[in-house]
Design a protein around this ligand. Structure first.
Ligand code: FAD
Ligand code: NAP
Length: 563
């Protein structure tokens, strides 16, 4: 495996102060996660001048911020990686089936160095305002370091899960110990040895972190509001033969993955769950449970759409939980019951349910005894119990999909704030653009498959589409591209219609904005499938960007008028 480290000199230079920049460039990219890095690479390939602004000190986005114990991907590493460079995908060697955060971060750094990306990235710089200049037809991008860049294009690669959500628990600030959010984990790590740790939340992050923390801490108290479905990862060291198999056929496999519903190449059973005898159904679930990972949800083709079928998968997982957790009362409390399996993001774990058999782990069901307050010494619940803690881990998730975008202070035509336009929920055309905000591209924005997919596949597809679009504009002297209201309305209606054909809207999930008080309840990602969506995007481009308004710029219009 490559052990290439970040370019230390470049990182150090950036840490030392720098003068604010004022310039007119072709493009600004906001964010240096996997989306921002690849976008920079592709725009440079068009010979555009590009500046990337990144709030963190380094590249990697999700994998830079989420350094909690146990953090790892749950799409296999052979697939959770870039496909754009044949050399890159052949030379990089993953050490595990599902690689851990440190390794994924090393990979992001390797990519940044290999493609010489750092010189155009300004780290520790947060974009605070993005304003459309109607006259010049340029975006003005301002940062918290005083930069002010005018740019023809602005690409928001700000991430769907990058705005950490702090819960509104009374007294949180009064806590006398240490408080950590999984999405802002200290870079130096945390030693929980001998400590009593309270973990609030039982989503994917908590489910990965709890078993690892429990091995180190004196005691872990888990505060669970909604039990989650979780499938064992069966993570293991990378099998050389498996890696060689993938690499012998990488291009074809990547192409195939792009046509799949989730952008993941796995064996989707074409049968419906109720179309097979019970015994066959049980065998299918068992073999997938033993194989591990999210492919469990591909056991039958209709688990996302047929309530009865879904119920069979949910019941199978509940039976597994009952068989793993020794204390029947604890097992009962851990059973997810009030939403269909998969409609909240399915979790993948290493020994999560087993961890509740440990003597040093306690489960508190906060539906029965809600958290009343955090006190200086711990967490108090409504039954009057004081759960003493030295550290609190907030695994409380993110203001997903719209959070980072709305925080960036984006204003389009006539000064319209994106936050106002999206007051009743995000509205986009294809998740790529939103009407009234010309030349502003969203990578994996709401209205695209994004978080329902292997994000690497969706990121690459969006970045490639945007690159082709910019090249198309340049070749034809087009200055601005903007989604029309009609196309956007039709796409939003279609995306809703597809979502409500599934069971997904039945869950109070972050896909629906339900984890943020006051956030509009809209199913945000596009659930029509990665392959179908890609075809749609390509078709629209092939038809001269149907549904977008393309116009020549002021200079071109003046010269045209003079002819
Ligand atoms: P991010 O990686 O979130 O990067 C966005 C960057 O933009 C951040 O670094 C942020 O600092 C920066 N930024 C935001 N706003 C501003 C601003 N105003 N100014 C400057 N910078 C800004 N997906 C999968 O497909 N498979 C997985 O297994 C998987 N595991 C995950 C595990 C965790 C713990 C989390 C949180 C997410 C996971 N995801 C997974 C989703 C993951 O977010 C994506 O796979 C992918 O890393 C997103 O890349 P990105 O570049 O789009 O966004
Ligand atoms: P999450 O799924 O939103 O989970 C947040 C948890 O905190 C939920 O259990 C939630 O309960 C709970 N919570 C929030 N506020 C609370 C409060 N005030 N009191 C009590 N409980 C509270 O967030 P996440 O675990 O960080 O995961 C977010 C997404 O990131 C995942 O869905 C996934 O897409 C990605 N991710 C992936 C992996 C991976 O395995 N590769 C790992 C981590 C994250 P409710 O459910 O009741 O709201």
């Amino acid at each position: 495996m490559s052990e290439m480290q970040p370019n230390a000199e470049a990182v150090a230079n950036d840490r030392h102060g720098r003068d604010p920049e004022t310039a007119t460039l072709d493009a600004v990219v906001v964010g240096a996660g996997f989306a921002g890095l690849y976008m920079l690479h592709r725009l440079r390939g068009l010979d555009l001048s590009v500046r990337v602004f990144e709030a963190g000190e380094g590249v990697g986005g999700t994998w830079y911020w989420n350094r909690y114990p146990g953090a790892r991907c749950d799409v296999e590493s052979m697939q959770y990686s870039y496909s754009f460079s044949e050399e890159l995908q052949r030379e990089w060697r993953w050490s595990e089936r599902f690689s851990g955060q440190p390794e994924i971060l090393r990979y992001a750094n390797h990519v940044a160095d290999r493609f010489d990306l750092r010189r155009d990235i300004r780290f520790e710089t947060r974009v605070t305002a993005v304003t459309w200049d109607e006259t010049a037809e340029l975006w003005t991008v301002e940062t918290d370091r005083g930069d002010r860049i005018a740019a023809r294009f602005c690409v928001m690669a700000t991430g769907c899960l990058s705005a950490a959500r702090m819960p509104d628990i009374p007294g949180l600030a009064s806590f006398g110990g240490d408080t950590y959010h999984t999405g802002h984990w200290p870079h130096e790590g945390v030693d929980f040895t001998g400590r009593r740790v309270a973990v609030i939340g039982t989503g994917s992050s908590a489910i990965q972190a709890i078993p690892v923390i429990a091995e180190q801490a004196a005691h872990v108290t888990v505060f669970q509001r909604t039990p989650n479905f979780s499938i064992p990862s069966r993570n293991k060291p990378m099998d050389d033969e498996y890696e060689a198999l993938w690499k012998s056929d990488y291009t074809a496999r990547r192409l195939k993955a792009r046509t799949m519903r989730n952008g993941i190449l796995y064996d989707l059973n074409p049968k419906g769950a109720m179309d097979v005898p019970e015994e066959e159904r049980r065998r299918e679930y068992e073999s997938r449970w033993l194989a591990g990972g999210t492919a469990f949800m591909a056991a039958f083709s209709n688990l996302a759409t047929c309530a009865d079928s879904n119920q069979t998968a949910a019941e199978f997982v509940r039976a597994q939980i009952r068989s793993i957790v020794r204390d029947p009362a604890v097992a009962e409390a851990l059973l997810p019951r009030d939403y269909p399996i998969g409609t909240k993001r399915i979790c993948v774990d290493s020994d999560y349910f087993e961890t509740f058999n440990r003597d040093n782990v306690t489960l508190v069901d906060v539906r029965k005894t809600p958290i009343e307050a955090v006190t200086p010494t711990g967490v108090r619940t409504s039954d009057g119990s004081d759960h003493g803690a030295d550290s609190i881990v907030l695994a409380t998730g993110f203001d997903a999909m719209t959070g980072a975008l709305l925080k960036a202070g984006i204003r389009g035509r006539s000064g319209l704030a994106l936050a106002d336009k999206w007051e009743a929920g995000p509205r986009t055309y294809l998740g790529l653009m939103t009407a009234g905000f010309p030349n502003l591209f969203l990578i994996t924005g709401p209205g695209s498959p994004s978080v329902l997919s292997n994000m690497m596949v969706s990121i690459e597809q969006h970045v490639d589409w945007v690159t082709d679009c910019v090249a198309h504009m340049r070749a034809r002297g087009v200055q601005t591209i903007e989604a029309t209201e009609e196309a956007e309305d039709a796409w939003v209606a279609h995306a809703n219609e597809v979502a409500f054909r599934t069971l997904y809207p039945q869950a109070n999930s972050w896909y629906m904005g339900a984890n943020i008080p006051g956030k509009p309840r809209v199913f945000m990602p596009y659930i029509g499938g990665v392959g179908v969506y890609r075809e749609k995007c390509d078709e629209i481009a092939a038809k001269g960007y149907e549904g977008f308004r393309l116009s020549a710029g002021p200079a071109l219009r003046t010269s045209e008028a003079a002819e």
